[in-house]
Write a protein that binds this ligand. Structure first.
Ligand SMILES: Nc1ncnc2c1ncn2[C@@H]1O[C@H](COP(=O)(O)OP(=O)(O)O)[C@@H](O)[C@H]1O
Ligand SMILES: [Mg+2]
Length: 223
């Protein structure tokens, strides 16, 4: 398997009266098509690490390479484009737009990229939603869906522009076991059928064990 993402000596320090080290010297790789889970105590730096890998935050030292490209060399416009085309995000709160239907929510990143025609966007968004058992719900708004359905819409939206890596930060934190199960089934589906990698932070050891590989972050370090 080829390396999709490589973290090299990632360190993130917040400077202040007392400086805080969020992440210290973390190095690892994610292969394409790999499903990686991340656990660790609260406040240990899991979200901070995801922000660095997701090119949302910049490291103090070290760098993130994506398909061999050193993202530390990129200006913010190029970073934003790389984020939009290569990465997809799923958070604990779904962040779907309440006044939009599921279909329109999934089409948003496609509109932002501006490559497909409207008809092609509708078709792709419908197919993605159907893939996650949401075909009967595409014209519903988030408020009319269950928690698990909303997260699966958020996953479909994360896949809109055919990303190579999905980063998910406690996506099942608000879900009951059955809904959490459907979300993890969706991640497994992504690595098996969408040719993408998944990195998911979770508190649930049973869910973490369903990934191909498991990382633990303690006190800003890779354990
Ligand atoms: N912008 C920031 N400024 C100062 N401290 C921060 C900032 N962001 C996060 N932290 C602190 O860094 C630590 C790691 O946070 P976080 O990455 O959210 O951990 P986790 O996701 O594992 O719970 C926590 O102690 C948190 O309070
Ligand atoms: Mg967190």
């Amino acid at each position: 398997m080829s390396t999709l993402l490589e973290a090299r000596g990632l360190t993130r320090i917040i400077e202040g009266e007392v400086s805080t080290t969020l992440i210290e010297d973390i190095s690892f790789s994610i292969a394409s098509g790999e499903f990686v889970s991340v656990t660790g105590p609260s406040g240990g730096g899991k979200s901070s690490l995801l922000y660095l890998l997701g090119l949302i935050d910049r490291p103090t030292r070290g760098t993130v390479l994506i398909e061999g490209l050193d993202t530390g060399t990129l200006e913010s416009d190029a970073l934003a484009h790389l984020r939009l085309t290569t990465l997809g995000f799923v958070f604990q709160f779904h962040f779907l737009l309440e006044e939009f239907t599921a279909l329109d929510n999934v089409m948003l990143p496609m509109r932002k990229l501006g490559v497909l025609s409207n008809q092609a966007m509708i078709e792709r968004a419908s197919e993605l939603l159907a893939q996650f058992d949401l075909a009967p719900h595409i014209h519903k708004r988030p408020g009319q869906l269950s928690g698990g359905q909303r997260q699966r819409v958020a996953i479909a939206r994360a896949l809109a522009n055919q990303p190579k890596l999905i980063l998910a930060d406690e996506p099942t934190g608000n879900l009951d076991t059955r809904n959490a199960d459907s979300v993890f089934a969706a991640f497994r589906d992504i690595v098996n059928n969408f040719n993408a990698s998944v990195m998911v932070v979770t508190h649930d050891p049973d869910l973490a064990a369903r990934a191909d590989r498991h990382l633990k972050i303690i006190d800003g370090h890779l354990a």
